[in-house]
Design a protein around this ligand. Structure first.
Ligand code: SF4
Length: 254
């Protein structure tokens, strides 16, 4: 049911992380950042476990979460999908990738933002650029905002099937805007969804805005991107594709 907390937060089987640890779905790379302003840049990824939304499960959803294995414990096992990892181990994996860009994603990574701080310090200390991909429901702590180079904020609108009062948190969105480091990246399955996005953008005075075609198969990403291109240009927004999907389809850890 849309609007409830995702099954992840109700599970008693979730691993518990202590200080200096994170609940991780996967650490992978080197690969390319597949979406947004840094598309095509060589990067290492840390995908954290759990999410506070359940995109694609509610009525009216036009697309589904492609990382449901990070949170959907009705269909996946947390024991199989998640692990508790010391930050030092994660940093060692990333160092071996020889990348200059770290992308922290999820799930919803800011659920663990207090425990993210040591990883952010380690990354910035090594001169890495850090992007955090978030659904925009949890305001970043000042310390986190200070260490992150860019927030790729993806507010969930009607096509996600998540109830608006759950998916859109005006104060959190305003906090991201105030960092001066946010790009607001909306998923759309068709040009018909752009009016709804425009309403959310206008209400929150969100900028800059980027539209991303939904899709987990290359043909779908290309078809939707072609449909979106001219209407997105007409609205003065930017467009991104999903490079990893064009290259590797729905393969994990890409
Ligand atoms: S917010 Fe992101 S990770 Fe969470 S359910 Fe939605 S698409 Fe999936």
């Amino acid at each position: 049911m849309a609007g409830r907390l995702a099954p992840t937060l109700a599970s008693s089987d979730l691993p518990l992380a202590g200080p200096g640890e994170l609940v991780v779905s996967e650490v992978f790379g080197p690969t390319f950042q597949g979406e947004g302003r840094s598309l095509g840049q060589r990067a290492g990824f840390v995908r954290l476990g759990t999410c506070n939304l359940d995109c694609g499960r509610g009525p009216g959803a036009t697309w589904a979460c492609d990382t449901a294995y990070t949170w959907d414990w009705e269909h996946y096992s947390p024991a199989a999908e998640l692990s508790v990892r010391p930050v030092d181990d994660i940093v060692a994996d990333l160092t071996a990738m020889d990348v200059a860009l770290l992308v922290i994603t999820g799930g919803e990574p800011l659920i663990q933002q207090r425990r993210l701080v040591p990883l952010l310090h380690a990354a910035t200390g090594r001169g890495w650029t850090v992007e955090v991909e978030t659904n925009g429901t949890i305001a970043p702590l000042p310390e986190v905002a200070g260490l992150v180079s860019r927030f790729n904020v993806s507010p969930k609108v009607q096509g996600s099937g998540v109830a608006r009062a759950v998916a859109l948190r005006p104060r959190a969105l305003a906090a991201f805007l105030a960092t001066g480091k946010a790009v607001f990246k909306f998923v759309a399955s068709s040009a018909a969804e752009l009016d709804d996005i425009a309403e959310v953008v206008a209400r929150g005075r969100l900028a800059p805005v980027m539209i991303m075609p939904a899709g987990t198969e290359p043909e779908q990403v290309v078809r939707v991107a072609r449909e979106l291109a001219d209407p997105v240009l007409a609205r003065g927004w930017d467009l991104t594709v999903r490079l990893h999907v064009l290259l590797w389809g729905n393969e994990r850890a890409r």
